[in-house]
Design a protein around this ligand. Structure first.
Ligand SMILES: [Zn+2]
Length: 109
């Protein structure tokens, strides 16, 4: 993997972290009830809010993703990054670009 490719991957991860951070922020606000989503307007106040549970699940997922992304960011510069942990062959750049956390090549899945 070239330095240029590493740089592209690093930028990609950083961008994804920004996106995930933003959704964590939005979801936290939705859950705490500070802002009302459009979806919430469809329900009257008497009814339970079914979207809260969905938001909490999405928040947990987003937090998990953030941990993974931050972890990948620390690995990008290590020599082992981009090498398949199964067969030891380089993982195609296009796959890493789409899935920076990938630790296996296409064929090892
Ligand atoms: Zn492999």
């Amino acid at each position: 993997m070239t330095d240029e490719e590493r740089e592209i991957i690093r930028n990609q991860i950083t961008r994804q972290i920004v996106v995930v951070n933003k959704s964590i922020e939005t979801l936290s606000e939705l859950i705490s009830g500070e802002v009302q989503s459009d979806a919430n307007d469809w329900f009257t106040s008497k009814e339970a809010n079914p979207s809260k549970e969905i938001n909490e699940m999405a928040l947990a997922k987003a937090k998990q993703k953030l941990v993974v992304l931050k972890n990948v960011l620390t690995r990008v510069d290590s020599p082992g990054y981009g090498i398949c942990i199964n067969c030891g062959r380089p993982i195609p750049f296009e796959r890493l670009k789409a899935l920076p956390a990938a630790t296996r090549c296409m064929s090892c899945g």
